[in-house]
Design a protein around this ligand. Structure first.
Ligand code: LLP
Length: 420
């Protein structure tokens, strides 16, 4: 359930009229519904009930500390991929013993940070990384639990740029070589291999690739156990897709059913790393139409939000549904438009040839499903501000990140001393 709907002819986020936030802080801004985040977390938690499961929210999807705290308060752990994310997770109240550190290229400093904080687990993606971790842990006189991330060579059937489980992808250790790597790991004194990890990609809208990959992992665990290796923990990654267009996507219950069918009898602790499923449909990007421009063949709605605020359409051809803050009425005159930003690139386009109720300059729109991989991927291209983030809960709202203006950013720049 998502808490964005029309009430009295206008879009509300939970019990807050979105245009009230517009009046207070101006556009563009991201707006998140805390209750939606909580509900999505609970949906997944319920779907996995009965399993020894820890949900480690993938912070990369939305790393605002208020979002992380909302999930920390629900009992979530965190999946982090950098020192910065580790710092955020701890600051937002995620216990260190519920944090796993993933990523294909963790630096020595990042590994040392994870060791210093005594986090639950580091997911290792190569032998050089394993050796480096052992070296640093030994110097710090620590021993850390490790899962080896396998690359199962399975196509997640998602966008090429967010597919991570094929043999040609940079992630994980080729699944056929895992025994060699485990036997190497056992000779190291400062790492303890507790299990395996896997993440085959993001925005999966079919369950078959999950099933196939899970079965591969299960077979591997059985083989390793036969050879005497102790495998007590499996990290199944994230990836569950969401609906960007209202069409149905797999439910957490269907996903949970597959997990149970494959893993229940293995008696392993399970870790899940969902990102998008929890926050994706919990956020919108609110924007104003600056101009309506009739081109030779297309009609353009030119917004005050741009590709630097939400990269997904440009990077992955993602199609986010776009709605007006004013409730559309039956019999509204529909216009076929392209919805674009003001940045000097044709790729700065949110939607092409969609039908929207007639829109004039000054109207407000909401780009939906923008809670995941929105604000976190934004940039200051064209010297634009990083836009505010707002969280709504019931009838309250709070600005959870201020607008970061070019004036602030210029303060971090200087002329070289030879010009002064
Ligand atoms: N675990 C690992 C190791 C990951 O690499 C990722 C996402 C996740 C968990 C969370 O996946 P999710 O549940 O959110 O699908 N920027 C892209 C998505 C990149 C995903 C990267 N890894 C987008 O906007 O679609």
């Amino acid at each position: 359930m998502e808490y964005f709907e029309y009430r009295n002819g206008t879009l509300v986020a939970e019990d807050v009229t979105v245009s009230k936030i517009v009046d207070e802080i101006g556009t563009p801004f991201y707006c998140y519904s805390a209750t939606t985040i909580e509900n999505h977390f609970l949906d997944l938690k319920n779907a996995l009930a009965g399993l020894p499961a820890t949900i480690c929210y993938a912070i990369k999807a939305n790393s605002n500390i208020a979002v992380i705290k909302t999930l920390a308060d629900m009992g979530a752990g965190a999946d982090v991929v950098s020192s910065g994310e580790l710092t955020r997770a701890l600051k937002a109240g995620i216990p260190a013993k519920k944090i796993v550190f993933s990523g294909v290229g963790k630096t020595s400093e990042e590994l040392a940070h994870a060791l210093k904080e005594d986090i639950l687990q580091i997911n290792i993606e190569s032998e050089p990384e394993l050796n480096e971790l052992n070296k640093i842990a030994s110097a710090m006189n620590k021993k850390i639990e490790v899962a080896l991330r396998i690359n199962p060579d399975i196509d997640a059937n998602t966008h090429d740029k967010i597919s991570t489980g094929r043999s040609e992808d940079k992630f994980g250790i080729e699944w056929t070589r895992i025994k060699d790597v485990i036997s190497l790991a056992q000779k190291l004194d400062n790492v303890k291999i507790v299990g395996l990890a896997m993440h085959i990609g993001s925005q999966l809208t079919k369950l078959d690739p999950f099933r196939e990959a899970f079965i591969r992992l299960e077979t591997l665990v059985k083989e390793l156990r036969l050879e005497g290796y102790e495998i007590s923990r499996l990290d199944l990654g994230g990836g569950l897709g969401i609906s960007y267009d209202g069409l149905p996507t797999p439910t957490p219950a269907e996903y949970g059913k597959i997990v149970k069918a494959v893993f229940k009898s293995l008696n392993c602790d399970l870790i899940f790393e969902p990102g998008r499923f929890i926050v994706g449909n919990s956020g919108i990007l609110v924007t104003q139409v600056i101009y309506v421009k009739q081109g030779a063949t297309r009609r353009f709605l030119i917004l005050d939000a741009a590709m630097n605020d939400l990269m997904r359409p440009c990077l992955y051809d993602a199609k986010h549904s776009i709605v007006s803050l004013k409730e559309p009425k039956d019999g509204d005159n529909l216009e076929r438009v392209d919805v674009v930003g003001p940045v000097c690139e044709t790729g700065d386009t949110f939607a092409t040839e969609i039908d929207l109720p007639a829109t004039v300059s000054g109207d407000f729109l909401a780009i939906r499903s923008a809670g995941a991989y929105g604000a976190v991927m934004s940039s200051t291209y064209n010297s634009r501000s990083l836009i505010p983030e707002v969280m709504v809960k019931g009838n309250n709202f709070s600005v959870i990140r201020q607008r970061i203006t070019p004036e602030i950013m210029i303060n971090y720049e200087n002329f070289p001393e030879w010009y002064t």
